[in-house]
Design a protein around this ligand. Structure first.
Ligand code: F3S
Length: 282
């Protein structure tokens, strides 16, 4: 049996950095450690951190009931006000915002200060977009779909600066930008889409195509893992979606020649390695 593990399987750079930040703080901090929201959409990692004493804070209203300590900001980032509110409540923030997201914060802050109307193409309720909005110093519009782009209208002849949520689909971004471009505003477009997701999906498709069975590892609620499963299933009928090794029926793979393995952006390396080693042993 040939077992191929996708090179892009698992944590992207920003998520790895954020998770490492929490484990580093556990090593050195002598005060309580919190993360603002789950550091990652993975039950195993969150449970492990919880067991090591790290608590998840869901919103600012919880702060007054907690003993101040270190508050780690996850890779999605948060608004400027959220950081100030956390610090005013006596906590020390450790910022693990992905540098690619941080770059968008910087762009929207600077461009809005120059008087531009900011357009964020993305999902309005996604934490990353919520955070990004909080760095805009002036008017901002979030555009999610074709209808939003068609309706987009600003009264004065302001310049418009368009950015994207890092995980937005590139073709959809192009389509929405094109609609806005026809409205006659002076626009500048900054493609801030991160290619980690795209690379992972392209590699999954390629691997699934040449595999007789494909294993996709990731949390049930992880949307990027679900997407990887759909992509793989399209190329390889024999695709399994598992959270950990215990979900996998190894017997089913016994007569298979080529097995491909990939994993969502929030799947820890230990889980991937365990699956890989066990499949190889068949
Ligand atoms: Fe950062 Fe891209 Fe991951 S923006 S968090 S490296 S998907």
């Amino acid at each position: 049996m040939n077992v191929t593990l996708a090179k892009t399987a698992g944590f992207c750079f920003g998520v790895k950095r954020a998770v490492d930040t929490v484990y580093n703080q556990i090593q050195k901090a002598d005060v309580p450690i919190y993360t603002y929201g789950s550091i990652i959409h993975n039950e195993e990692v969150v449970a492990d951190l919880q067991q090591k004493g790290v608590r998840v804070v869901e919103d600012l209203s919880q702060l007054c009931a907690l003993k101040p300590g270190i508050m780690i900001i996850r890779s999605h980032g948060v608004s400027k006000e959220t950081i100030s509110a956390i610090e005013q409540a006596g906590f020390t923030t450790v910022d693990a915002t992905c540098p690619f997201v941080k770059k968008i914060h910087k762009i929207v802050e600077e461009q809005s200060k120059e008087g531009k109307h900011i357009v964020i193409i993305g999902n309005n309720s996604h934490p990353e977009v919520e955070g990004t909005k909080g760095w805009v110093d002036g008017p901002v519009t979030v555009i999610e779909d074709v209808e939003n782009s068609q309706k987009f209208h600003i009264l004065d002849k302001k310049s418009v600066c368009i950015v994207a949520q890092t995980t937005f689909n590139y073709n959809k971004f192009q389509e929405l930008v094109e609609i806005i471009s026809k409205k006659g505003y002076d626009i500048s477009v900054l493609n801030t889409i991160c290619n980690a997701t795209e690379e992972r999906q392209a590699e999954a498709a390629e691997l699934a195509e040449k595999s007789d069975a494909m294993i996709v590892i990731g949390g049930k609620h992880s949307s990027n893992t679900q997407k990887l499963f759909e992509i793989s299933k399209k190329e390889c009928e024999n695709t399994y979606y598992i959270q950990t090794l215990s979900d996998l029926d190894l017997q089913k793979l016994k007569s298979v020649r080529n097995v491909g393995i990939t994993a969502g952006a929030s799947t820890p390396n230990t889980i991937i390695q365990e699956v890989f080693d066990n499949v190889r042993r068949i």
